[in-house]
Ligand binder design. Structure first.
Ligand SMILES: [Zn+2]
Length: 155
């Protein structure tokens, strides 16, 4: 059976979850229990939750990469600066204007990427989601630790 043809087991809960983009990290732990139970029971909603969280992480990654790209471009422009007088003499190009245009574009791009990243991080549960993955990994590692080390840590 395909994902889209799977019916939600509770359409009312499903609609509420859809309006939250399947993010229940913002609600109180007591309220969360019912929705967590629904994710366990409902294949459709849990699949959608996974999809939305990976979409959030992808957006955060893209905006971070974009910010890094503009930082890199600005760094490159900064290193090109000493060459501009030489290029001006050699080619007679209006390097100064071009340089300022590129630099402004770089600054604008960097600002835009940082704002977009801030929006993604505040509007989506990415920080909590990644934090959850990290703590789950930590738990797994702890389970695999030899008993001797674990008993040391308990002291
Ligand atoms: Zn459902």
């Amino acid at each position: 059976m395909s994902m889209t043809r799977t019916r939600c087991t509770d359409l009312v809960v499903g609609a509420i979850l859809a309006s939250w983009r399947y993010d229940i990290s913002g609600i109180s732990p007591e309220m969360r229990r019912d929705y967590e139970q629904h994710f366990v029971e409902c294949a459709r909603c849990s699949a959608r939750q996974k999809f939305h969280r990976s979409l959030d992480v992808t957006l955060a990654a893209l905006t971070s990469v974009s910010a890094l790209f503009f930082l890199f471009a600005l760094a490159v422009l900064k290193h090109i600066k000493p060459l501009e007088h030489m290029a001006f003499k050699t080619f007679g190009l209006d390097i100064e204007d071009t340089y300022h245009m590129l630099f402004s574009a770089g600054i604008a791009g960097l600002c835009f990427s940082v704002i977009a990243l801030a929006l993604v991080l505040t509007a989506t549960p990415v920080p909590a989601y990644l934090g959850g993955i990290a703590s789950e990994r930590a738990k797994l590692i702890e389970q695999r630790l030899p008993a001797a080390i674990r008993s040391l840590r308990l002291r």
